[in-house]
Design a protein around this ligand. Sequence first.
Ligand SMILES: *Cc1c(COP(=O)(O)O)cnc(C)c1O
Length: 405
Amino acid sequence: MSSKPKAPSSRLDSDLTDAELATLAIRAGHQRTPEGEHSEPIFPTSSFVFHSAAQAAARFGGDEDGNIYSRFTNPTVRLFEQRIAAMEEGERAVATSSGMAAILSLGMGLLSQGDHIVCSYSVFGSTVSLFTKYFSKAGIRTTFVDPSDLDAWRGALEPDTKLLFLETPSNPLAEIADIRAISEIAHQHGALLAVDNCFCTPALQKPLLLGADIVIHSATKFLDGQGRCIGGVVIGPDALMEEVFGFVRTGGTCLSPFNAWVFIKGLETLELRLKAQSAQAMELAQWLQQQPQIERVHYSGLDTHPQHQLAAQQQSAFGAVLAFEVKGGQEQAWSVIDGTRMISITGNLGDTKTTITHPATTTHGRLSDDERAQAGIKDNLIRVSVGLEALDDIRSDLQRGLAAL
Ligand SMILES: *Cc1c(COP(=O)(O)O)cnc(C)c1O
């Protein structure tokens, strides 16, 4: 056994079994090193050294657990994985270099040539491209369905359907998919349900407790929450995650330790941020609904939203992202965006800074006109991800934008 001093802290590790989300977000996964550091350490190292050639052989041969190379495992990345797995109430997490790398690694780890995916049509634009342009090259086909139409999900199943994939609430129109009902459809067919939980995060919605098998995240968004790093993660049962991990360590879609460390610190304030940003988004959605220049507001917190009840059941708040259609077309939408002064014009979301974007010409610009029409993304649509600036200042800035019309 090693003669190193014992870390002063592991006393807390065993006490976290019944801990609530806010506690897990701050404490889960940290096993102190013998230095006794209070804040989580960062291990920016590409490889790890061995005491002897025999130990190196044992590690490489799998006879001894431990780090070898940071494409396989890294202590900072592992801490992030353990913390987010605890927060989503999943068995195991595998961190990836981006949200897209999470979805790629999920597909490469779990699917084979000839397999079929049923996917909600209102998922992130790059997810659609990944499935239609690249998974198709590997002989994996995808059928897209209306996320809120359960008969469409059932009707799209084929003998080779292995995976159902959805995002709820959807981006940018806040359509809600019934996770429990769709997980039952998947399981009756012997397929898996994966949920991209980017917009709610475990602070507002835990898909695994509603029957989903797998959760994926773009950590780039709310998990970081301050717009600093790109990263992702896949969470689910150990046996499935072992396959995803196998692809990540071989294909190299791994997360950097520095980015993992930023996400660890982001998770600590996740619940506080999501609750506060959701409350501000709700107030803004109600206010926007009353403005004469606006035709329609898309936000699942509004009781006029067609799936408001379902959102209220499966989420603990309605999230920070809303969208609205102005009277007119692209020219009017661009005028509103350009008329704001403080809000950042950027495609990113989930930040403490409020952001504004015109989906039809940015995030969803690469879709064909047909695909965009099917996804309901009109030229007069504007998306806002509500941050943590004072509500009055955000409202005044949007008011300034609307006054440009
Ligand atoms: C941004 C985003 C992704 C992709 O994540 P990256 O980190 O940019 O690769 C996937 N899904 C959703 C819902 C997103 O918003």
